[in-house]
Ligand binder design. Structure first.
Ligand code: SAM
Ligand code: DTB
Ligand code: SF4
Length: 336
């Protein structure tokens, strides 16, 4: 059982002197996790642009005029090839994103289920982010071998309507509930730099930390301000805000994987090091997020070497971890 957090408690944690906050978060991180391990997720945009939603930050919404080229749903083989490359480069998780409002029961969904099966057979953790989902659809994904579902709350309930009007916070929470009931692991976090107040940031963490079961992973994104979106002129968030957000997440969700997500391209190595110190233990790697650039895997591997970090193996802490080890032993024995 995790503790119930109040907004006042979270606010006190968030607002304490920065070095105290980092020290506390680093201590909790070391008590609860192998702090030298970082989970590497690779993103692939399986269906790009043309989205009917109005998320003010998103370059893929069809109503904004951005430079994103619309691309229909990818073929299974293309996804399999990309997944293989990501795995060879060290990624243990592949996250497939689609610019959909929601999943529909059609041939596209059948194709996504195929993609999940193929990537799961490569012994990678498969994650999808496809918009809203019913319980039955979540179950189908689970049966196909999906490991995690990403569905971000993005901001607080109070701020939600300032950022998105085409769906509600309750819709978002309903999908998270459907995902949880289908026994998928939950990945849900948000974005800072949308023009929100500190209260809104704390409000989002309050909801995430007090879900019936805390998410297994929480991505913290810094807004990538994209030309053509309503938030194109937003000022970049400072690294201190990112560190505060990550450290607070770590303290109130001690065992969750906290992902230092969008916005790393603008961060120096020492700035990212502070985020890892403050409890971040995952990144999106590969030169592209969904539609915007990200540091290259080469640069990230150099960073890991300097900081003494290592990529986390797939399925760590689950029964699948030992299955894979056994499978490798059998494979090696049959070769020799
Ligand atoms: N369409 C699905 C949905 O909205 O749930 C899945 C894809 S959507 C692009 C996934 C997440 O990417 C969003 O919830 C948001 O948190 C993040 N995101 C999108 N655009 C972003 C931006 N410009 N900067 C930072 N994060 C962004
Ligand atoms: C998440 O929290 N961040 C990722 C992933 N989940 C799907 C997406 C970031 C997108 C940044 C803007 C883009 O590249 O389009
Ligand atoms: Fe569509 Fe998702 Fe972008 Fe919103 S965040 S516009 S739902 S792709």
């Amino acid at each position: 059982m995790t503790k119930n957090w109040t907004k006042e408690e979270i606010s006190e944690i968030y607002n304490q002197p920065l070095l105290d906050l980092i020290y506390k978060a680093a201590t909790i991180h070391r008590e609860n996790n192998d702090y030298s391990e970082v989970q590497i997720s690779s993103l692939i945009s399986i269906k790009t642009g043309g989205c009917p939603e109005d998320c003010a930050y998103c370059p893929q919404a069809s109503r904004y005029h951005t430079n994103v080229n619309v691309h229909a749903l990818m073929q299974v083989q293309e996804v399999a090839d990309t997944a293989r490359k990501a795995k060879d480069a060290g990624a243990s998780r592949l996250c497939m994103g689609a610019a959909w409002r929601e999943v529909r029961n059609n041939r596209d969904f059948d194709r996504v289920l195929e993609m999940v099966k193929v990537v799961n057979a490569m012994d990678m953790e498969v994650c999808c982010t496809l918009g809203m989902l019913t319980y039955e659809q979540a179950q189908k994904l689970k049966d196909a071998g999906l490991f995690a579902y990403n569905h971000n709350l993005d901001t607080s309930e109070e701020n939600y309507k300032n950022i998105i009007t085409t769906r509600t916070y309750a819709d978002r929470l309903q999908t998270l509930d459907n995902v949880r009931k289908a026994k998928l692991t939950v990945c849900s976090g948000g974005i800072i730099g949308l023009g929100e107040t500190e209260e809104h940031r704390i409000g989002m963490l309050y909801v995430l930390a007090n879900l019936p079961q805390q998410p297994e992973s929480v991505p913290i994104n810094a807004l990538v301000a994209v030309e053509g979106t309503p938030l194109e002129d937003q000022q970049r968030v400072s690294v201190w805000e990112m560190v505060r957000m990550i450290a607070t997440t770590r303290i109130i969700m001690p065992k969750t994987v906290v992902r230092l997500s969008a916005g790393r391209l603008e961060m120096s190595l020492p700035e990212q090091a502070l985020c890892f110190m403050a409890g971040a233990n995952s990144i999106f790697a590969g030169d592209k997020l969904l539609t915007t650039p990200n540091p290259s895997l080469n640069e990230d591997m150099k960073m890991f070497e300097i900081l003494g970090l290592k990529p986390r193996k797939a399925f760590k802490g689950t029964s699948r971890e030992s299955d894979i080890t056994e499978k490798r032993v059998v494979e090696q024995e049959s070769v020799s």
